[in-house]
Design a protein around this ligand. Structure first.
Ligand SMILES: [Zn+2]
Length: 388
């Protein structure tokens, strides 16, 4: 089975370094000219029949020059949440394949390559240019930097962006969920657990602030969430730490709720530091300092209900007998949507679960529906040049 071979090559790796070369080669084998941009995105370009008709076009190279809406982009992110060195060997459990990153986003990458191969094998010449992109910076603290760079480079000429992320065919992401990622850092003089007892302790302060923050009420509608995702600090059990760090992910359907939670976090950390300083018996050896910083911010946005891209997806769904519901989430599509460029994020077919866990699984049954759906949507947007 071709996908099994693709998976054996596409090994998830947070650094994405191992992947870039492999993906580049696979896209090249599908007959495309490829380049890796400065951000690390792998870009395969299939020139459309109408390319060159516009003044300023550059038919000799893969770099497209500005023109109006003559390009469609299909993308799949190639980074994962897992640290380098994570064991990604696929385990089989009945119909399930288990490996970190297998659904999010090896399935998307495999589909990206499958669609490039389909164009090549069927010798389809699109009317518009099609970019097949394996991009970086979607997960963790990537802050969508891969997609941001792509939209900076191609934004003005993009007619549509189709993002392949994860498995399943039951949804189409048409609304971008806005989010903010914050980091609180508290520092202090540090000392010995016994002889310096009573000095202000950054971990105590962080805990005090965190307890305040998690008491913050969030509305069910507009849906708003927060997650204390990472906490670290200290050097040993018998040392008063000189540093404590906390990372928090905040998401909401409403920008104003995001802003409210962001300032709540700042206030709570500040109050936690104040509480700890007040409780400290010995303030002579220094005080606590803190900062709360924005690590990243994903903008919100929505696809117009009368968008040709949504119509194309719906037509593809009808054709393959699939039903999907529109939904809101935080994906690479946030960036084009926030800039008014038509974009959707869809699964690549099959089924999966346990995303971002070591038990992440994928079941390829029904995968062809996802591939056909993505292919038809892409072709509907790019058009096919008439054969001579
Ligand atoms: Zn993903």
């Amino acid at each position: 089975m071709a996908i099994e071979r693709t998976f054996s090559i596409i090994k998830p790796d947070a650094t994405a370094r191992n992947l870039t070369g492999a993906i580049n080669a696979l896209i090249e084998q599908a007959g495309l000219r490829t380049e890796v941009d400065q951000t690390g995105n792998v870009i395969g370009t299939l020139l459309g029949a109408s390319f060159g008709a516009t003044a300023g076009a550059n038919p000799g190279g893969t770099s497209l020059t500005p023109a109006s809406r003559d390009t469609v982009m299909l993308s799949a992110h190639l980074d994962t949440v897992f640290p380098a060195g994570t064991d990604v060997k696929v385990q089989h459990d009945g119909d399930r394949w288990i490996a970190p990153g297998i659904s999010d986003n090896s399935t998307g990458l495999a589909a990206l390559i499958a669609l490039a191969r389909a164009f090549h094998a069927a010798q389809i010449k699109p009317q518009l240019n099609v970019l097949f992109v394996a991009n970086v910076g979607e997960e963790g603290e990537g802050n969508l930097r891969g997609m941001r760079a792509l939209i900076d480079a191609y934004g003005a000429r993009l007619k549509a962006v189709i993002v392949l992320d994860g498995s399943s065919t039951d949804h189409v992401t048409t609304k971008a969920l806005a989010s903010r990622r914050m980091e609180a850092v508290i520092t202090g003089p540090g000392g010995h657990s016994w002889s310096d007892f009573g000095m202000p302790n950054p971990i105590n302060a962080l805990v005090r602030g965190s307890v305040r923050f998690i008491a913050t009420k969030v509305p069910a509608a507009p849906r708003t969430t927060y997650n204390l995702g990472q906490i670290e600090g200290g050097t040993s059990i018998n040392s008063i730490p000189h540093e404590a760090r906390l990372k928090v992910d905040i998401r909401s359907e409403s920008e104003s709720e995001l802003t409210r939670l962001e300032s709540a976090l700042r206030d709570c950390i500040s109050a936690g530091v104040r509480d700890e300083m007040e409780a400290a018996r010995d303030r002579s050896k220094g005080k606590l300092e803190f900062k709360v910083e924005l690590l990243g911010s994903r903008p919100g946005g929505e696809l117009r209900p009368d968008s040709p891209l949504l119509a194309a997806l719906r037509a593809a769904d009808d054709y393959v007998g699939n039903q999907s519901r529109p939904e809101r989430s935080s994906t690479d599509a946030n960036i084009p949507l926030a800039q008014g460029i038509d974009a959707i994020s869809i699964g690549a077919g099959g089924n999966g679960g346990g995303a971002h866990s070591l038990q992440e699984w994928y079941d390829p049954a029904g995968r062809e529906i996802g591939l056909q759906r993505a292919f038809l949507t892409l072709v509907a947007m790019s058009g096919i040049a008439p054969t001579k």
